[in-house]
Design a protein around this ligand. Structure first.
Ligand SMILES: [Zn+2]
Length: 381
């Protein structure tokens, strides 16, 4: 009943009093798990409880996380959410200078390793997602990366491909079928084993021979960089694995991305993650960031997918760039986008919710049985 009243109030404010939908909501969007419709299975719930316990009793430690734009003064940053998508305590900040969304605090190195070892997979795999289903989900992304490489006419210059965080190899597989020599690294033995069964050289990180065997023509990092505790230095180390004059494809979560917004209800505000150091990026930020690492940008979009070239004379830049002043307009753009997305998420029900609301409304006015009988007669139920 409360939901219906809230929704009717929203409609009244929006369409009778012409209140802008972005102005109808305020930060922080999510204060406690009940503010999100969270459905966790037993394995997920147990891992979330374990993680919260370890955070509370100090077994997992966190450090302050400054913005990647160079802004060290976070006293004016906006607190957007106090929990992540699974209800785990996480303060998400909107940078007052560049509009990047980041975790206010991140695990220290030891806690981070243990978190990925003991909780991450249970929380994110929904009770053991199969290697084959993950492989199939990733195939489309692999196809899109191959398309970008073809459209930018670099594919013939690529003979070897390396992916860090390859899962079961769904992204690498289209490159494998295109005749490229592919190699991938991940932590999960089952996933890696599945990809090996498809004929690809996938390795278990930390167990199999080191990744540093030889430089590659193309390095792929798909939804990996947002997990780096120190994105700049970790990325610079990985670029060493690329041959001079050759290529890198990186994809991270994009705050303005259209592809995930079509399939993920409530994207991006519903999808903050304790595992993400930077929660969401945008194209112009990444243009400056990658350029500051000495990389040449061949392609980039708001899905935060980039194709980069490592120049022949590349050396790791010694100076950490501060480019927040070049991005000052983005804070208000991201702010408005977030409030609009949250407003849609909160007040524009998805189809599942709409159906349930309809049923509840019919119940309230006593017509549920009549309508049900009518639909049954016509074979619609
Ligand atoms: Zn910033």
């Amino acid at each position: 009943m409360g939901t219906i009243v809230t929704y009717l109030t929203y409609l009244l404010e929006r369409f009778v009093f012409n209140v802008d939908k972005a102005d109808f909501v305020q930060y922080p969007f999510f204060m406690k798990p009940e503010d999100l419709d969270i459905h966790l299975d037993e394995i997920q719930q147990s891992a979330v409880t374990r993680l919260i316990q370890k955070l509370e009793d100090g077994r997992y430690k966190k450090n302050k996380n400054n913005c990647l734009c160079g802004n060290n003064d976070n006293c004016m940053d906006k607190l957007v959410s106090c929990i992540d998508m699974h209800g785990i305590p996480l303060d998400v900040l909107l940078c007052r200078k560049c509009g990047l969304l980041r975790a206010a605090e991140i695990f220290d190195v030891a806690s981070n390793e243990n978190y990925y070892r003991f909780e991450y997979r249970d929380i994110h795999n929904s009770g053991g997602r199969s290697a084959s289903s993950y492989f199939n989900d990733q195939l489309e992304r692999g196809e899109s990366f191959l398309k970008i490489a073809r459209e930018n006419r670099i594919i013939d210059e690529v003979a070897t491909v390396l992916e860090i965080g390859c899962g079961s190899g769904g992204i690498l597989y289209p490159f494998h079928l295109a005749g490229k020599k592919v190699a991938g690294f991940d932590y999960d033995e089952n996933y890696v084993g599945y990809g090996r069964g498809k004929g690809m050289a996938l390795h278990c990180m930390g167990k199999d021979p080191s990744v540093k065997a030889e430089p590659y023509d193309l390095l792929i990092l798909s939804h990996v960089m947002e997990h780096f505790l120190d994105p700049r230095s970790e990325l610079l180390q990985l670029i060493e694995q690329v041959k001079p004059g050759k290529y890198v494809i990186i994809e991270v979560p994009g705050v303005f991305a259209e592809v995930p917004a079509k399939v993920l209800y409530g994207y991006p505000v519903r999808y903050f993650q304790v595992a993400h150091v930077v929660q969401f990026f945008y194209r112009d930020f990444l243009n400056l960031f990658y350029a500051s690492l000495g990389l040449e940008i061949l392609y980039g979009d708001e899905n935060a997918t980039f194709l980069l070239r490592k120049p022949h004379d590349w050396t790791p830049p010694a100076v950490v760039a501060d480019y927040s002043s070049k991005l000052s307009g983005y804070r208000s753009l991201v702010d408005r986008h977030l409030r609009e997305c949250y407003s849609d998420y909160r007040y524009r029900p998805d189809l599942y919710k709409l159906k349930n609301m309809g049923i509840r409304l019919l119940e309230l006015i006593g017509l549920k049985r009549v309508v049900k009988g009518f639909l049954k007669k016509r074979g619609l139920l």
